[in-house]
Design a protein around this ligand. Structure first.
Ligand code: SER
Ligand code: ZN
Length: 514
């Protein structure tokens, strides 16, 4: 029996990375049972002088470690089950490591594994450390170049960014080299190798750049990806129109795999999907299947800006990319399919999944303050409630200020790893509103119960409305603060027609109460 309790990780303990990585070169020699991974990292000290280099790694068989071209002897580093430590490193240097991993034995569907005979990866949140020694944290952003070599059984060799080169090596095996010019955290790294059919299309961005679109599926299945391709093009256009966001690489790829823990994953330029959320057979697919494909394709695509170009400083900020991206995909679906119907669906899902979570032992804030394993926090609270909080923010400051705040966020934080505070600060700045009370939505768990009481005085024609709020206690948070809940109110007459009224002397037919 295992009795040791893992130590919780706390938001309050965050410290910046001790070393940054500018460039990464990865070389994968792909074999199902013994894949060799050679990594060359250009490292730069970011913390205390003289501190040792410490990298994350799990289930790695370390074959060699070299600093600035010099292979280290066994006494010059320590490698255990979780970390590689090298004392006495310079302030800027190149680290080369070679490890062996076993994708065929990896049944966790995290890291590099085999699905339907193909190689594929899932690195969010902390799977990259099972591929190579690395500072596996989202605030280390590096430019990746990836080379992979495989036998002819794996003819398509895909990774992030742009394809630089393909060919056959001296041993006759196939290779491909990919380069991603956008610095990214390692959780957005992806690799796929195998036999796949390709559905090809293209998209011309608002500024006139042509982007190649490719969807990779099981042989014979490409016709089933036609709807996903259509949804992708509509998502790309919508993000330009609704948020002013253009796609940035020359190529955008989606791969459907059969074994996948998440629904899908937003790896830069190479989204990976569970096939069930990408492929539709017109003979059997229902309307609901099409809706889900459309919204997940949009969600993953929208991550390119909210998640990839701007990422999270640490995993406590998960809602910064997820809540915001769900809000964006819900807004997209509302525009595609009708606002009222979409809203009813989203509210039903929220009540069924998130309200239940809030009432149970696992209730947690949209931004938790501690965790044991971040994998347990991909929850309805982070995603769906995270989206509702953004929706309330938009209601509070108005659509115009909301868009300005988003523009400022994209401008200020592009290429960075940031926090929920930095995000909210953009909206406070553009709206001139003090959003400090609103921030409690991120820190307080539980579903507030709002009651509305009204008193009508026929003599004066006055209607007095009082809103009261109570939030039941949740584990670890007995006392709750009152939260700003923007409520839009209007009056209807007996025939259901909108009635005009005055509030504080101002004529209106709808009013916002906070
Ligand atoms: N980051 C992934 C997504 O939200 C994991 O689910 O799409
Ligand atoms: Zn997401």
């Amino acid at each position: 029996m295992r009795t040791e309790t893992p130590a919780p990780i706390r938001l309050a303990d965050y410290t910046p990375p001790a070393f940054l990585v500018d460039e990464v070169h990865l070389d994968f020699d792909l074999k199902p049972e013994a894949t060799r991974v050679r990594a060359r990292l250009s490292l730069r000290r970011n913390g205390a002088a003289g501190a040792p280099l410490k990298l994350d790694g799990e289930r790695l068989k370390t074959l060699s470690v070299a600093v600035d071209g010099r292979v280290l002897g066994p006494g010059e580093f320590t490698a255990d089950d979780h970390s590689l430590t090298i004392p006495g490193v310079p302030d800027a240097f190149a680290l080369e490591t070679e490890v062996e991993i076993n994708p065929a034995a990896n049944k966790a569907l995290e890291g590099l594994y085999m699905s339907g005979g193909r190689f594929c990866t899932q690195c969010e949140a902390e799977g990259f450390r099972t591929l190579t020694w690395y500072p596996d944290r989202p605030d280390v952003l590096a430019r990746f170049t990836v080379r992979m070599t495989a036998d002819d059984a794996w003819p398509r060799l895909l990774s992030n960014g742009n394809l630089v080169e393909t060919g056959r090596g001296p041993d006759g095996r196939r290779y491909a080299v990919w380069n991603d010019p956008f610095p990214k955290p390692c959780y957005l790294f992806a690799l796929v190798a195998g036999e796949l059919d390709e559905l090809v299309d293209s998209f011309v961005t608002a500024s006139g750049r042509k982007v190649e679109l490719k969807i990779y599926v099981d042989p014979g299945m490409s016709a089933r990806a036609a709807y996903a391709m259509d949804a992708l093009k509509r998502s790309m256009r919508w993000d330009e129109e609704a948020f002013g966001r253009e796609y940035d690489l020359d190529l955008f790829m989606i791969v459907a795999v059969r074994d996948f823990n998440f629904g899908a994953m937003e790896n830069k330029g190479l989204n990976i999907f569970n096939s069930s959320l990408l492929l539709a057979d017109p003979e059997t697919a229902t309307d609901l299947d099409y809706e889900r494909i459309e919204s997940v394709v949009a969600h993953e695509y929208f991550h390119n800006w909210t998640g990839n170009r701007i990422t999270c400083r640490d995993w406590f900020q998960l809602c910064l990319k997820e809540g915001l991206t769900v809000f964006r995909d819900q807004s997209f679906s509302a525009d595609m399919r009708g606002e009222a119907v979409q809203r009813i669906k989203d509210v039903k899902a929220l009540r069924a999944r998130q309200f239940a979570e809030d009432q149970g032992p696992l209730a947690h804030p949209v931004r938790p303050s501690s965790y044991l394993k971040i994998d347990n926090f991909y929850t309805a609270t982070i995603y769906e409630k995270g989206a509702e909080v953004i929706r309330m923010l938009k209601a509070l400051i108005g659509a115009e200020a909301f868009r300005k705040g988003m523009d400022l966020y994209f401008e200020r934080w592009d290429g960075c790893a940031t926090t929920v505070e930095a995000f909210i600060a953009c909206f406070a700045e553009v709206s001139g509103q003090d959003l400090s009370a609103f921030f409690a939505w991120y820190e307080q768990a539980g579903t507030p119960r709002v009651r509305l009481a009204s008193r009508w005085t026929p003599e004066t024609g006055e209607l007095e409305i009082t809103l009261t709020q109570r939030t039941p206690a949740t584990p670890g948070q007995a006392d709750k603060r009152a939260l700003p809940v923007p409520v839009r109110l209007g009056l209807l007459d007996a025939e259901g027609r909108t009635m005009a009224f005055t509030r504080d002397g101002e004529a209106q037919d709808e009013t916002l109460v906070v």
